[in-house]
Design a protein around this ligand. Sequence first.
Ligand SMILES: Cc1ncc(COP(=O)(O)O)c(C=O)c1O
Length: 383
Amino acid sequence: MTEPTYPASVTLDPAWTPETVAVQAGRPARVPGAPMNAPVTLSSTYVQSASVEYGRDGNAGWGALEAALGALDGGHAVTFSSGLAAATAIADLVPTGGTVVLSTVTYFGVRVIFERLQAHGRLHLRMVAPDDTAAVLAAADGADMVWVESIANPLIVVSDVPAIAAGARERGALTVVDSTFATPLRQRPLELGADVVMHSATKFIGGHSDLLLGAAVCRDPAHAATLTVHRHDHGALPGGLEAFLALRGLRTLAVRLDRSEASAGELARRLTAHPGVSRVHYPGLPGDPQHERASRVLRDGVGSMLSFEVAGTVEQTEAFLARLRLVTNGTSLGGVESLIERRARYAGDASIVGPTLCRLSVGIENVEDLWADLHEALRGALG
Ligand SMILES: Cc1ncc(COP(=O)(O)O)c(C=O)c1O
């Protein structure tokens, strides 16, 4: 029997919604004998050829995932071994001696990358509050890149991506949006004028806390080509198995996100009324300072990340976390299981969050079970 041959990619209907694209994109074309899923290629080397020779040159599994992420965000996707590897490669788009406007509320790992580049004299940084659009644009004068998060970690601050991207473009600067918290289902920054979207697919896209993977999706194919060269030369490559798992995770993103987001909204409402909580940061709440902007720049929802401040001491907050039996006290986010942590335990976040701020990544467990756990632990720790 001979192996069936089939075209590499299924044809997507431009009328399909993102939820459908997430399920269909990156599959082999639907012809008799074709598999439903792109095969997993686990090989570090290939029979010598003019294109792929070695594992750093490419992998069929990356191609399928990149086709799907590119279709969702409307650009050219390049995948990496982690979100931070993608961020490192994107920083390469800044010319030597150039200037980057960086949001003060940025995942601290990304901030460390840029601070180190600045310390080495590679570029200059201007730090600005992401919710002050006028300040972001003032800082963008003469800059080469503006970097914001669509929904920023860990304070859940929403940036006005359309206004920032338009203003940055007028000033000749690229806009990069880390859309890890929003995912392509809650914001598509390229459609809003941004130049590059970054995802830590480790989080919601993978969705099961079982892989690390990053992606950059570029409006300009020349940027994608630069990033591809960076990946090849620096070696921050996604594993073939991780690429498969990330694509499998993407298939269920819509249902996971709908469910966890509905629970996040409910938990945010209940936490707001809880005597053990002094403040909730969740743009889905009508009273949240981010609410109006979030309804304008995000679509179909505001995601399932929320933060809240425990009305007590650091010791009481740690006691609350220790009492939780369902929600896990651990770092990371975007998985099917709920995770919580006190962010000020990281030096990188201690300067921007209050000492008792807990960041909660709401999973897909039953919301009443989640609430019972949070409520009991708060009551036990605070009396
Ligand atoms: C918003 C954001 N961007 C980037 C990253 C880094 O991604 P990775 O852990 O895949 O390197 C993280 C990790 O927590 C994150 O929360």
